[in-house]
Design a protein around this ligand. Structure first.
Ligand SMILES: C[S@@+](CC[C@H](N)C(=O)[O-])C[C@H]1O[C@@H](n2cnc3c(N)ncnc32)[C@H](O)[C@@H]1O
Length: 203
């Protein structure tokens, strides 16, 4: 079993590859907020960990106060850490993000984070989750995702699946052995299927 609390430790070293990935994700969150239409912005982060990607950006970005949303995290300790760092408009919900159940009420989001997921689930679950993006994301909204690039590198397929789902690629950067992608949903958002299984972690 992965110790997900310890997984976050490299974030404390600015030179670590994971910190490089974190900065790339944070840049994309900032750009997504730059693009967001005036008014309220809805955010949804699945498998959010401590929310280290989202929360510092919201604290500093001029649109941060416009953002409401939900971080979904299975680990109670990590979820509690996220909750204590989050502003009142961002709820941290402890539970399984692998079904759509805890997305109800937070989707479709204007900013959707799928970070730290695709390297930990079967390829078929990655495909299923990407295909479900139009039900999690509002038209014009931004999805930000990560995946390692170790062989066999799945990122070309992930990018193709997002394209098939109606997501236009906005950015794709590699940071060390990590890739960070961002895209905008150009097709109509779809109704959220209740209690649909998207993914399950390998361990
Ligand atoms: C690789 S970490 C990524 C954390 C965060 N998204 C980030 O990038 O900093 C994966 C996270 O997913 C959480 N997790 C694993 N299975 C989950 C599930 N079924 N539902 C919600 N969270 C889950 C773990 O506890 C861990 O915090």
């Amino acid at each position: 079993m992965t110790d997900w609390k310890r997984w976050h430790d490299p974030y404390d070293d600015p030179q670590s590859p994971l910190s490089g990935r974190l900065r790339a994700v944070q840049h994309q969150i900032g750009f997504a907020l730059d693009r967001a239409a005036p008014g309220p912005v809805r955010l949804l982060s699945l498998c959010a960990g401590e929310g280290r990607d989202v929360l510092p950006v919201l604290a500093e970005h001029p649109r941060g106060a416009d953002v409401t949303g939900r971080l979904v995290e299975l680990d109670p300790g990590l979820c509690a850490a996220a909750r204590s760092a989050a502003p009142p408009a961002i709820e941290a919900v402890q539970g399984d993000a692998g079904t759509t159940a805890l997305c109800a009420g937070a989707a479709p989001a204007d900013v959707l984070l799928l970070c730290g997921i695709f390297g930990n689930i079967p390829d078929a679950d990655v495909a299923r989750t990407v295909a479900a993006t139009p039900s999690l994301l509002a038209t014009g909204g931004t999805v930000i995702w990560t995946r390692h690039t170790w062989a066999p590198d799945l990122t070309p397929l992930v990018r193709a699946w997002f394209f098939e789902a109606g997501v236009e690629a906005i950015s794709f950067v590699t940071a060390g052995r990590w890739a960070v992608g961002a895209g905008v949903l150009r097709t109509a958002s779809m109704p959220l299927e209740a209690h649909a299984r998207l993914f399950a972690f390998n361990r």
